[in-house]
Design a protein around this ligand. Structure first.
Ligand code: AMP
Length: 432
């Protein structure tokens, strides 16, 4: 379906044309008409499906038809990175419809807070915020929320996993009862239904094939002991000089640092993204990776959801994520928008049971590829949970378990840019 058929305003069609979006994605096809009809929405959609544009376009369409000088739309996202990315997409479209937006997240110095405060006080139409920082502003009482027409929760399941339920309920308490609420979630566990029940009214439900990797991702897995992992990863990178963008995911910051040290020690151009770094360093690392200055990015799950980096050739899971849905998010970094990509997962004996659960979720068996000969024999595949008698990682010893990665995003982070009026002057080509 084309965007014209969806009935979008001329200015947005121009924006879409500029951005090279020709056809609506399935989530856009289903969500945009419902949002334009002012229905509440409960949408189950993964990142990579075009869900951001699915909620931004109809909101901007309404603002284009009926401009506002108040806070009109509040988007809440779990992490700073996602909030920033949503804001950037809003700006890319909003340039054509003269709407302003401001990202609100934490971690910066006092001047950032002041910029955000000004944006809130002056009635910036679209606010994209992480819950924690938004609450700090809400508590000060200077923003007028009476004119909010749209509340959008993105990655709602992630926000609940991060313990934001109470914060979300508090934020909702500041907003008008009569509003349109849109909730996007990659998974639909009972706690999401509970949240939906308390904040949505008679929502239309949209569900896109839950937690299935995009069709273009070629998946494979290596069975390896921890002691074999470093060499295996080095080999995988060395083998594929044509892969210019590679992401390695691991579950802990400690592992991120170890992998980066190891690869740098072997002469690879590598950057890290984990909650250990300042927001600025994280943004720098992502920017360098996006611009192909850096070939390999090593990250915790901070990056696995929501972050849109194009043309990644290879995703390597250094370990199996704790949450099955995170596997889909991690490998969703590759093969976006109709391209193909490769996702390789390294599985130690501890992780085999967990990986078998992932295979159940995605309803496919991921082929297990033999280790390169020089690494020696790897462990046998087994789907039985491992009982530990003190020797993690199997017969070659090595580390065990993890402690959930990417929780670092939302609360607290660092703020970078303030409110910005995006639209109006189309001859100004300064939009990044
Ligand atoms: P999202 O799921 O919102 O993270 O979007 C994933 C990627 O798809 C982003 O790079 C979008 O810019 C891109 N995208 C979204 N909608 C379309 C579309 N209709 N046509 C082409 N690319 C799109």
């Amino acid at each position: 379906m084309t965007f014209e058929e969806l009935g979008l305003e001329e200015s947005l069609l121009e924006a879409l044309d500029y951005m090279g979006f020709e056809k609506a994605t399935p989530i856009q096809e289903q969500a945009i008409p419902e949002i334009l009809k002012r229905n509440d929405l409960l949408a189950c959609a993964q990142t990579g499906t075009g869900k951001t544009a699915a909620f931004i376009l109809p909101v901007l369409n309404k603002l284009a038809a009926k401009p506002s000088s108040n806070i009109n739309t509040l988007v809440i996202a779990p992490t700073r990175e996602l909030a920033l990315q949503i804001d950037q997409q809003v700006q890319a479209f909003a340039y054509f419809v003269n709407v302003s937006s401001c990202p609100i997240y934490g971690g910066g110095d006092g001047s950032d807070f002041e910029t955000q405060k000004r944006a809130l006080k002056s009635g910036t139409e679209i606010i994209v915020a992480t819950p924690g920082k938004l609450i700090s502003h809400l508590n000060m009482g200077y923003a007028n929320w009476d004119h909010v027409e749209h509340l959008i929760l993105d990655e709602a399941d992630r926000m609940l996993d991060m313990g934001f339920f109470d914060d979300l309920m508090k934020i909702v308490g500041f907003l008008p009862k009569k509003r349109q609420t849109l909730m996007f979630s990659a998974t639909m566990p009972p706690k999401i239904r509970k949240l939906a029940k308390s904040i949505l009214q008679d929502p239309k439900e949209i569900s896109l094939a839950i937690s299935k990797p995009a069709a273009g991702v070629l998946q494979a897995a290596y069975l390896a002991y921890d002691s074999q992992k470093a060499r295996l990863i080095r080999g995988l990178i060395a083998d594929k000089p044509s892969y210019t963008s590679i992401i390695i995911f691991t579950s802990t910051k400690k592992k991120v640092n170890e992998i980066v040290r190891e690869l740098r020690g072997n002469g690879y151009n590598v950057q890290a993204v984990s909650s250990d770094l300042t927001q600025k360093d994280r943004e720098d690392a992502v920017r360098k990776f996006r611009s192909h200055e850096t070939r390999v990015l090593v990250a915790t799950d901070v990056l696995s959801r929501g972050i849109d980096i194009k043309n990644i050739n290879l995703v390597i899971n250094y370990d199996v994520p704790n949450e099955a849905a995170d596997y889909v998010h991690r490998i969703g970094r590759t093969a976006r928008a109709d391209s193909t990509g490769v996702a390789l997962t390294v599985i130690n004996p501890d992780d085999m049971y967990k990986f078998s659960k992932i295979e159940e979720l995605i309803e496919m068996e991921v082929p297990k590829v033999p280790l390169p000969k020089e690494l020696g024999e790897g462990p046998e595949w087994s789907t039985k949970p491992v009982r530990h008698g003190g020797r993690g990682g199997g017969r070659h010893g090595g580390g065990r378990g993890r402690s959930g990665g990417g929780r670092s995003g939302g609360r607290g982070g660092r703020h970078k840019s303030g409110g910005h009026k995006s639209g109006g002057n189309k001859s100004n080509n300064n939009r990044g």
